[in-house]
Ligand binder design. Structure first.
Ligand code: BG6
Length: 488
């Protein structure tokens, strides 16, 4: 056997991308509730009223707080894909039964902060939200799944952002730790593996980030790193057996040429985008090169003695990460080069790789390489939280979605993951991204499908939300039943 006995197999989704029920059960709005869908070429947009009361929109990543005098607003003529999403809020029992049918031994989703504390500490806990997740986790346990749960996946209540002005304000640390405390206390008997912030590193300033924004983002990230560490300490106080992991957005890049400048730029990208957050969370202090990053952005961090102590004491127990695609880095003139898409970051095109319609470059060997890098560098248990491919799909005339491209993607990635494990990589689980079709985070689309379970819904809101098993459903079931031995 290549994979150890008890290796966790499953899938990953997130509250805001799958639940819908956006204003039900006492939940308050989150940022994506104000967003519409983009396309393969366009990011999704967030809509609001500007200072003069005019309807305006922006790329949603650009907005972590509104400019002074602007106001979030819903507009009747727009379609908001997250409002209904895949309707997991009402159909979770049916969905979890399907996951169980595939043989899942684990399942990752996030808890919507806006269901637990719709208006932050001062508004009090929303018991209906607490009971909703209790029921979700009980359902997982009923089928023998050992869930790994994420606390924060970009869905803090908008009312908290309005109260505190966003993550630059240290008040958000206390808000988060309190939210985490409620979750650990309520669910400790159902969930013993947690992750604090999903892809905490995606806010990291790079290249052309405006200087002012970069400083804000580094302060924002510092507060999240401290919040994660404090929540980890709290979890261990509540129950020393709870395991709390970090979750970092994967970043595998190659230098475009053998020019040492390209090779160094590629290494620097790893330090900046991945290492800065992962090193801090796994080793309990900022890495030495953080100083170089702060100087580059002319940023003076405000790190208290208590922060240092908490970062040390609240080190993550394991390293979760996502891996979808690889990229290419160069110092040479990018304007003359073909650029392609990618998860969060675009990239120079790699002539050796194919890509999906969104330009994400498919690279299974890069996955193996990346697993080795993480294993060598961190020497803590690893957990692959997200791996998957977005495709445009519909059901065929026989009512089945024949997703051979997805099977091919996962087959090749699992094969490489298997080799890495055989070569000594300490990986304890694999969850594929978007095991049930859901709303894309980057583009807000329902048309960009990731699941083994098809959900009948498109970008414009057409569809009756029925579920059906894709070809990949049966394939992954076989993979799990054989503990990763049968990939045919
Ligand atoms: C990951 C995010 O980085 O990428 C997910 O954690 C997201 O939330 C996934 O859905 C795929 O990206 P996209 O933009 O295709 O949804």
């Amino acid at each position: 056997m290549s994979f150890p006995k008890g290796f966790l197999w499953g899938g990953s989704i997130s509250a805001a991308q799958i639940e819908g029920g956006w204003n039900e059960g006492g939940k308050s709005p989150v940022l994506v509730d104000y967003c519409t869908a983009g396309s393969a070429k366009e990011r999704r947009q967030i809509w609001y009223l500007d200072q003069e009361g005019k309807k305006v929109h922006k790329d949603w990543e650009a907005v972590d707080e509104l400019p002074e005098g602007c106001k979030f607003q819903l507009f009747d003529d727009l379609h908001y894909t997250n409002h209904v999403a895949s309707d997991f809020y009402h159909r979770y029992k049916e969905d979890i039964a399907l996951l169980a049918e595939m043989g899942y031994t684990t399942f990752n989703t996030s808890i919507s902060w806006a269901r637990i504390y719709p208006h932050g500490i001062k508004g009090g806990v929303n018991q209906e939200g607490v009971e909703f997740y209790r029921s979700v986790f009980e359902e997982c346990r009923k089928y023998g799944m050992d869930p790994v749960i994420t606390l924060y996946k970009y869905d803090e209540p908008v009312s908290l952002l309005e109260q505190h002005g966003g993550w630059r304000n240290r008040a958000m640390i206390d808000e988060f730790v309190e939210f985490a405390r409620v979750c650990f206390t309520e669910y400790k008997d159902l969930v013993n593996k947690w992750m604090t912030f999903n892809e905490i590193n995606i806010i990291m300033p790079l290249n052309d980030t405006p200087k002012d924004k970069a400083k804000r983002d580094l302060a924002y990230l510092h507060n999240q790193l401290v919040a994660a560490a404090r929540a980890t300490i709290v979890a261990h106080e509540i129950d020393k057996d709870l395991k709390v992991g970090a979750m970092i957005c994967g970043n595998m890049n190659y230098p475009l040429t053998p020019d040492p400048k390209d090779a160094f730029a590629q290494y620097k990208r790893f330090q900046d985008f991945f290492g800065y957050s992962a090193d801090t969370q796994i080793r309990g202090e900022y890495p030495p090169y953080a100083k170089r990053i702060w100087e580059e952005w002319n940023f003076t961090p405000e790190i208290t003695e208590q922060d240092k102590k908490d970062l040390k004491e609240g080190k993550a127990d394991f390293l979760g990460f996502s891996y979808y695609a690889s990229g290419v880095i160069t110092t040479h003139n990018e304007e003359q080069l073909d650029i392609t898409g990618g998860n969060i970051l675009g990239s120079v095109k790699n002539p050796y790789l194919e890509a999906n319609a969104w330009g994400w470059q498919i690279d299974p060997l890069g996955f193996k390489h990346f697993l080795h890098i993480l294993n060598d560098r961190y020497q803590v248990p690893l957990f692959d939280v997200e791996n998957g491919i977005g495709l445009i799909e519909t059901e065929g005339e026989d009512g089945i979605c024949h997703d051979s491209a997805r099977i091919d993607y996962h087959r090749r990635h699992i094969q490489c993951m298997k080799e890495a494990v055989e070569e000594g990589v300490n990986l304890f689980g694999y969850t594929t991204w978007g095991c049930i079709d859901l709303v894309s985070a980057g583009t807000g689309q329902m048309d960009k499908k990731y699941g083994f379970i098809y959900v009948d819904m498109d970008d414009q809101g057409n569809g009756d939300l029925h579920r059906s098993r894709k070809d990949s459903f049966y394939w992954y079931k076989k993979v799990i039943a054989s503990n990763g031995e049968d990939l045919d």
